[in-house]
Design a protein around this ligand. Structure first.
Ligand SMILES: N[C@@H](CCC(=O)N[C@@H](CS)C(=O)NCC(=O)O)C(=O)O
Length: 214
């Protein structure tokens, strides 16, 4: 089977795949795509995985494929109820946390508009509410869905490192429930999660600095 991954180092959705490649020690052909994603990706988005020439351009579908093809170490459990919680939380992280924080990218600029402050305020509030929701579902565990790292944790390194960089940039803090603070700590105590947290944090810091210089 021939695999080729089209990825972009600044992309939050690609960060999920980068984490899985590292966690499972998978080596595959990679292309750093800069723009013009429509030239190879059916949805004009990255990540995009070519599997024997069939292009799959959804990070969730790519993760499920990698989990099936490279089952060890697993990012699922052997219990269907836990797996449904894993998939539920993975979707909430993508749609709620990442969905909201993405909106801050366009607000990083040298000359801000008078309405930007309120928009930034609202996005920070939105993120606080999403963290509360996820905390209520996640509850007691070391990682987001259970006591092991799972598919639910693949996008949190990028989310939390991005959050840290935006908090510094906008000089604002998102209030987190104490369990979420503990989760952030657990994430940084885990070798692979921490590696992706640091890699993506560096990418975002560089992106912000370049945007302000432009
Ligand atoms: N739901 C998709 C979202 C992918 C996505 O929106 N990727 C962004 C980069 S993070 C993208 O390619 N945007 C188009 C562009 O930047 O031109 C997934 O999870 O793969």
């Amino acid at each position: 089977m021939k695999l080729k991954l089209y990825t972009n180092s600044h992309s939050v959705s690609c960060s999920k795949v980068e984490f899985v490649l590292d966690f499972k020690s998978i080596e595959l052909d990679k292309v750093e795509a800069i723009n013009n994603y429509g030239a190879f990706s059916p949805t004009a988005t990255v990540p995009c995985l070519s599997i024997d020439g069939t292009m799959i351009s959804d990070s969730g579908a790519i993760l499920e494929f990698l989990e099936e093809k490279y089952p060890e170490p697993s990012l699922l459990s052997d219990q269907p109820d836990i797996n449904s919680k894993i998939r539920f939380l993975a979707k909430l992280v993508d749609e709620k946390l990442v969905g909201s924080i993405r909106k801050l990218f366009s607000l990083v600029k040298t000359n801000s508009h008078p309405s930007d402050g309120l928009m930034i305020e609202n996005i920070f509030k939105e993120i606080e509410n999403h963290l509360l929701l996820i905390n209520n579902i996640s509850k007691e565990d070391k990682f987001l869905a259970h006591n092991e790292v799972s598919l639910a944790d693949c996008n949190t390194p990028a989310f939390f490192s991005m959050l840290k960089e935006f908090e510094i940039h906008f000089n604002k803090e998102v209030l987190r429930p104490s369990e979420i603070k503990l989760y952030e700590q657990n994430l940084q105590d885990h070798e692979s999660l921490l590696r992706e947290y640091k890699r993506y944090g560096f990418e975002i810091r560089t992106w912000i600095a370049n945007k302000l210089l432009a």
